[in-house]
Design a protein around this ligand. Structure first.
Ligand code: NDP
Ligand code: OXD
Length: 309
């Protein structure tokens, strides 16, 4: 029994060492080194190369090193009948909430526009918005959306959220299902996407949906690039139906240099770094699941393969 870490970024040794340090009795390998494939029972992965999961005949669990699992379902060569777990973590949720608060304040007070003005040596005071006058609408009221929603109410924002099933969050107006989506959209000034990417949510941020937001609405996508129809966003920004957008995630990451978002004045970009799994905080839940796997106990933070999240 052993763990393999599979990821293509430069954090593979950080994860391998952190797992090893957390419990030195567990054998942990990087998929890049020579290792006994038939010993591997758990794969701790993040955006793995397609096909690599099929190399492990005794794999019993796929553990996503992040909250999202869309990239796992995209790999049709993955072993299908084993559990998938994901990260649920207070720092991951808190960091996302702080990111969204920062983006909101920059939007209200025109900070991104002033940065462009500064570069162009332009002195042009602009009217600003107040927190109390803005309704933030969050698509997805799960681990990240629910915390963000309640945090924002404490700062004085009016907050509403939309999810698949009905939620009760103090101070937050909640909507659910297709029937309640229209009312949610037409009363939202800043739309935040915190949905998982699934077959049901792919392309959800399209012209039809975004046009239902009031004129001058602002869009924040921190979920996945696949939620957004890029051309529809650009059309609605150019026709000034939307006042701007802040994006952290993209169809292709890194975003290709020729993509129109780079030079669009009303698109503000961050490089998929809104909220990142902190090994110190999340390794214990992975180790705990490894132990449960070995003792046959129910795993934590299981993904529902039928729902895709
Ligand atoms: P959760 O699974 O906890 O929550 C998902 C929410 O979306 C739930 O409220 C769920 O409804 C709702 N939802 C799912 N499908 C639908 C649907 N078809 N219609 C309406 N509502 C739906 O996810 P997290 O909050 O942990 O994470 C959300 C996403 O954030 C991740 O999947 C990931 O893509 C992204 N993320 C981005 C990061 C970044 O740095 N940019 C960092 C971490 C995550 P219900 O509760 O009723 O099931
Ligand atoms: C995640 C992410 O899903 O970082 O955790 O996007």
């Amino acid at each position: 029994m052993a763990i393999v870490v599979i990821r293509q970024d430069n954090k593979i040794d950080v994860w391998k060492n952190a797992l090893q340090k957390a419990d030195s009795s567990i054998k942990v390998y990087s998929y890049l080194e020579s290792h006994p494939k038939d010993e591997i029972t758990m794969a701790v992965i993040w955006k793995h190369p397609t096909g690599t999961l099929a190399n492990y005949p005794n794999l019993k669990c796929i553990a996503s090193a992040g909250a999202g699992v869309d990239y796992i379902f995209e790999d049709n060569t993955r072993p299908k009948n084993i559990p998938i777990t994901r990260i649920v973590d207070t720092f991951l949720a808190g960091d996302m909430s702080e990111h969204i608060l920062s983006v909101l304040l920059a939007y209200l007070k025109n900070l991104n526009i002033y940065k462009l003005d500064q570069v162009a040596h332009v002195w042009e005071p602009k009217s600003y918005l107040r927190i109390k006058d803005v309704t933030v609408g969050i698509l997805g009221l799960g681990e990240l959306g629910a915390l963000t929603a309640s945090d924002l109410t404490r700062f004085g924002f009016k907050v509403q959220g939309w999810s698949r099933s009905k939620k009760n969050i103090e101070g937050v107006r909640t909507f659910f299902g297709a029937d309640e989506q229209q009312e949610f959209l037409k009363t939202t000034n800043v739309l935040v996407c915190l949905l998982p990417l699934t077959t049901a949510t792919e392309g959800i941020l399209n012209k039809e949906l975004l046009s239902q937001l009031p004129k001058n609405a602002y869009v924040i996508n921190v979920a996945r690039g696949g939620h957004l129809v890029d051309e529809d966003l650009i059309d609605l920004l150019d026709s000034v139906h939307l006042s701007g957008a802040c994006l952290d995630v993209y169809h292709t990451e890194p975003l290709p240099k020729t993509h129109p978002f780079w030079d669009h004045k009303r698109v503000h970009m961050t490089p998929h770094y809104a909220s990142v799994s902190d090994t110190n905080s999340v390794i214990p839940q992975i180790i705990e699941n490894y132990k449960r796997l070995n003792s046959g106990e129910k795993l934590q933070n299981l993904v529902d393969s039928d729902k895709g999240y």
